[in-house]
Ligand binder design. Structure first.
Ligand code: TXA
Ligand code: MG
Length: 308
C-alpha cells in the first residue's frame, strides 16, 4: 500500500513499521522510541536477533546524545560523507537504545541518509532503526515494488523511486586506534584516504565478522549463481555487460557497461529479483570486470549471494 510522507510520519510515531526509500536501498523503519515496533521488524524480516540494526539520524547532535565515546576523525568523516551512504559504529550509552536494536552489543551503527523523502520524515520523528526492506537473506529492495514482493501489497511503503546507489552503505568501526571497514559499500575505501590520512583496512573476516549480518549467505536470489571467471563461451542465462557479446547465451541480463561500476551497482539487486520473477534457476555471471573501487563491493555482494 503506497503511503505519503504525512502518513509515514504518523504511522512511525504511532509505533508502526513502514518501508522508506533511501539513496542506498529501501529500509524497513521503526522509531527508536517503540521497542515493540523494533521487535516486529525482526519478525517481519525473519532476521536473527543477534544481527543489530542501523540507527538513522537527522542531525549529528542526535548521535552525540547516544554516543559514549567519539573516536578521532569522527567529525571529519561526518563532514565529508553525511548525509550519505556511510555508517559509523560507535560505543553508546546502552540505556538509551533498546537492546534488541543493538542485538545486545554496547555499540550502535549510525547513518544519516540523504534521500530527500527520508530526511523529511526524520525531521518529524525520533531516529529510526532501518534494516534493508527485504526478507532476511534475500536481495535488498531498490524499488517500492520489491518491498511489495517481499511483504505483500498491503504493506505500507513510501515510493521514492529507484534507489540511486543500489548497494548498502559502507560500515566503518573504530578499533586499535584506527577506523576499519566492517562492510564494503557504496563509498569505496580510496575515498577515505583524504579524510583519514590512511586507507582503512577491511576488518571483516569470515572467522569472526565484526558486522554480524555479514556472516551468512546474503543478498541472494533463489536462482543459483555461477560465478564465471573465464571470459569466453558463457552459455545459458548470463548476467553480463552491454559492451560485450555473449553469442552462446540464451538470454542476457545487462549490468550496464564495464566503465561504469555505479551502473552495475544500481542494477544488481533488481536483476537478482527479475531472475526470480522469471523463475530462472541457474545463471552464469560474467566476473571479467575490473577489481578496483566500487567493483570490489560488487564482487563481495556476488560472493555472498552465491555462497552455499
Ligand atoms: O544502506 C544501508 O545501510 C541500508 C539502508 C536502509 O540504510 N541499511 C542496511 O541495514 O543495509 P541492514 O540491517 O540490512 O544491514 C546492517 C548491517 C548488518 O550487517 C549489521 O550486522 C551491521 O550493519 N551492524 C548494525 N549494527 C552494528 C554494530 N553495532 N556493530 C557492527 N555491525 C553492525
Ligand atoms: Mg540487509
Amino acid at each position: 500500500m503506497k503511503i505519503d510522507v504525512t502518513e509515514a510520519i504518523k504511522l512511525l510515531n504511532a509505533g508502526d513499521v513502514v518501508a522508506l526509500p533511501t539513496e542506498t536501498v529501501y529500509g524497513l523503519a521503526a522509531s527508536i522510541h517503540h521497542p515493540e515496533a523494533i521487535s516486529k521488524i525482526f519478525l517481519l524480516k525473519g532476521r536473527p536477533s543477534n544481527n543489530p540494526l542501523i540507527l538513522h539520524v537527522n542531525a549529528v547532535d542526535q548521535v552525540l546524545d547516544y554516543a559514549e565515546q567519539i573516536p578521532p576523525s569522527f567529525f571529519d568523516l561526518v563532514e565529508s560523507f553525511w548525509p550519505g551512504p556511510l555508517t559509523l559504529v560507535l560505543k553508546v550509552r546502552t540505556e538509551k537504545v533498546p537492546s534488541q536494536a543493538r542485538a545486545g552489543l554496547a555499540t550502535v551503527a549510525f547513518r544519516m541518509p540523504s534521500h530527500p523523502l527520508v530526511r523529511k520524515i526524520l525531521a518529524k520523528t525520533p531516529p529510526l532503526v532501518m534494516p534493508s526492506a527485504n526478507l532476511s537473506g534475500s536481495p535488498s529492495a531498490t524499488q517500492a515494488a520489491h518491498v511489495e514482493t517481499d511483504f505483500g501489497l498491503d504493506f505500507p511503503v513510501l515510493d521514492g523511486g529507484s534507489s540511486k546507489v543500489g548497494l548498502e552503505s559502507t560500515i566503518l568501526f573504530y578499533q586499535d586506534d584506527q577506523w576499519m571497514i566492517g562492510r564494503r559499500g557504496a563509498i569505496i575505501h580510496e575515498n577515505f584516504y583524504p579524510v583519514l590520512g590512511y586507507h582503512p583496512l577491511i576488518g571483516d573476516t569470515r572467522e569472526k565478522p565484526v558486522c554480524p549480518g555479514q556472516m551468512h549467505r546474503h543478498y541472494a536470489p533463489k536462482a543459483k549463481l555461477n560465478l564465471c571467471y573465464a571470459n569466453m563461451g558463457l552459455t545459458g542465462v548470463v548476467v553480463g555487460f552491454s559492451d560485450k557479446d555473449y553469442p552462446k547465451a540464451s538470454k542476457v541480463f545487462h549490468l550496464g557497461t564495464l566503465t561504469r561500476p555505479e551502473q552495475a551497482a544500481s542494477k544488481l539487486y533488481a536483476i537478482f529479483r527479475q531472475l526470480d520473477e522469471e523463475k530462472i534457476t541457474q545463471v552464469n555471471v560474467d566476473m571479467a570486470f575490473p577489481r578496483s573501487g566500487l567493483w570490489l563491493t560488487i564482487v563481495e555482494r556476488l560472493l555472498k549471494a552465491s555462497a552455499k
